[in-house]
Design a protein around this ligand. Sequence first.
Ligand code: 5AD
Ligand code: SF4
Length: 450
Amino acid sequence: MQFDKHALRPLQGDGRKLFVETYGCQMNVGDTEIVVSVMQAEGYVYTDRIDEADIILINTCSIRDNAEQRIWGRLAEMKRLRRAKPSLLVGIIGCMAERLKEQLLEGPCGVDIVAGPDAYRDLPRLVREAESGGKGVNVLLSTEETYAEIAPVRLDRNGVSAFVSIMRGCNNFCSYCVVPYTRGRERSRDAETVLAEVRSLFENGYREVTLLGQNVNSYRTGEVDFPELMRRAASVSPLLRVRFATSHPKDMSDRLLETMASMPNICRSIHLPAQSGATSMLERMNRKYTREGYLDRIAAIRRYLPDCSITTDLIAGFSGETEEEHAATLSLMREVGYDFAYMFKYSERPGTFAQRHLPDNVPDAVKSRRLSEIIALQNELGLAAYRRNVGREFEVLVEGPSKRDAGKLSGRTSQNKVVVFDRGTHGVGDYVRVRITGCTAATLFGEALD
Ligand code: 5AD
Ligand code: SF4
């Protein structure tokens, strides 16, 4: 039997095996690591083999309908697993749990546990309920929960780069977006616990951290705002790279750019979701900036950080989108010359402002055509951005062997571009100067200079 070392009480999990499947954004990846930490403290053991699990948790995403459809598909699969192993418990956690609540307990795919994004400390109790034949449900949102002092169990295992959650929730209420409803109000995690986690990662060999939140620029606890938090994180060691995601253009301040420019180990890479290139559309989206305002921020980035890569998110076919508005998105893309973009077809989400007041009236075929035009243009812009790097030298942080060719190493530049080069005597976690000799639209190839 497993015991709690301090209290000498038997641990609830007693070695039972937990498997977690994660969908959606990097915040969810970070949340899964917290969930595993909470469950391990109760004596559950993590397994990466679904077939040997006693409990399966599915950490879900609600951002677009197709994300939810995939999860319904997985739940049907779980039914089959449960038939083969009747003691198996299945839980839905995360955004979809928050959005659908009791609905998930009913019907043919009925699950045993439903836990929203702020209920993870309560998981051992919810599992206990389920183990004694009931249903474990907690979808309460909190205005304070940041899981500040919980040490995430790192599951990625590259041992070089890690995500550190610095805030949760979102107060922006973009009219299309379900996140403020599923993840609740914005709250910042205590700076000391963030920095302690960053230091401990560095001491354990990590060389890159990404500070994560839905809108990191509005981070604040006491005296510490986001530029200050970045400065402190980057001061842990010049050998530690620091990144962040995601920024909202309305809050992208000159002070942050100044801080970035003053510290070479803050990565030259900014993800600045535009969503659309038309001011009229941005207004319907409730983005709180104009096309000109957005371009002003891009100009500021170029001024402070001339070698910074810029990536974005774009939505095709939001409510009432005209051909002119769509053309404005294409022209914005050309004007900025994005290195990379996540591109989506608008998907109406229940409960959002748009679902209540702005009809989803762009025909699906038109949405698809516009999205393919956006993707085709981005392929062109992305390839041009990669080609501009050929002949240049970069410092590359090695993450591991190349997936395609184990004889080569793969790492990233400060601009977040993947570089593949000859192994030489270098190893994981090393910084290597590499000259770029060629590229595809997603990878740079080079030769090590030292
Ligand atoms: N439909 C399509 N894309 C969406 N996003 C957010 N909500 C929706 C939606 N309803 C996109 C935005 C956001 C990214 C995380 O997902 O581009 O930046
Ligand atoms: Fe959604 Fe807008 Fe918040 Fe991003 S900033 S999570 S798009 S509401």
